[in-house]
Design a protein around this ligand. Structure first.
Ligand SMILES: C[S@@+](CC[C@H](N)C(=O)[O-])C[C@H]1O[C@@H](n2cnc3c(N)ncnc32)[C@H](O)[C@@H]1O
Length: 221
């Protein structure tokens, strides 16, 4: 592990961002919770990262992330649900995020929801069906800036996972930080956050987002 890898790309009072490989950095961290939208190994072009690992290496990567904490909130697409459930274990709870508008067609079916997996008790009683979040693929209704990252995650998904699975002052880690959505949402809610991102282009955007003044608001859950 080179010293260079451990030098933060960006740091402020609440957020530390590393430009690097999360497998190298995770063993040095003690997250209270991991909140993340992982790569799904479906060949999305993230720039540096091509999202095409050997199946066994991909599984190993996800297991490394799972074992880095006892609490998790992950975005889990249909295509990886079986693997993620297997890795996170039987205590993982499925959260369904309902799509407001007609979704994309897959295998002849119109996808009307996305799924999240949570491990760990939420800090307040919460339904496992979320039907007030706008998702990508809702055309005009999804108005968020995605900064060109093909895997950009809707802000409210990550903000709500942070709100439910951590307490103020705790450490939220996103090993696949992308444009820094989790980090920004954690900072806005008075948490500490550490992110790792392999592609410098997304690090730059994440750093810029986190440096901007954040509105300290709890998302409605
Ligand atoms: C689904 S995107 C995350 C999007 C993020 N939640 C956002 O809103 O911008 C996954 C990210 O993981 C990064 N990545 C993939 N493998 C990585 C690794 N081993 N270590 C660190 N980052 C990695 C990719 O470059 C990509 O930006």
């Amino acid at each position: 592990l080179g010293v260079q890898t451990l030098t933060p790309y960006y740091q402020d009072d609440a957020v530390t961002l590393y430009h690097g490989e999360c497998r190298e950095i995770l063993p040095t961290l003690t997250p209270d919770v991991i909140v993340t939208d992982p790569p799904f190994n479906v060949g999305k072009d993230y720039g540096t990262y091509k999202d095409k690992l050997e199946a066994s290496e991909y599984e190993q990567l996800m297991r490394t992330v799972a074992s880095a904490s006892e609490r998790h909130g992950w975005v889990a697409p249909h295509v990886r649900l079986e693997l993620f459930l297997n890795i996170l274990g039987p205590q993982a709870v499925t959260i369904v995020v309902r799509r407001g508008a007609a979704g994309p067609y897959r295998f002849g079916w119109a996808n009307q929801f996305e799924m999240l997996l949570a491990v760990g008790k939420p800090n307040r009683m919460t339904p496992d069906l979320w039907d007030d979040i706008r998702l990508k693929g809702e055309g005009y209704f999804f108005r968020e800036e995605h900064y060109g990252n093909p895997g950009y995650t809707p802000y409210q998904i990550l903000a709500r996972l942070v709100a439910l699975l951590s307490e103020p002052g705790q450490l939220v880690v996103d090993p696949f930080a992308g444009t820094g959505t989790t980090l920004h949402a954690a900072k806005a809610q008075g948490r500490r956050a550490i992110g790792v991102e392999i592609d410098e282009r997304w690090c730059e955007i994440a750093a810029r987002r986190c440096a901007q003044e954040v509105l300290a608001v709890e998302p409605a859950a």
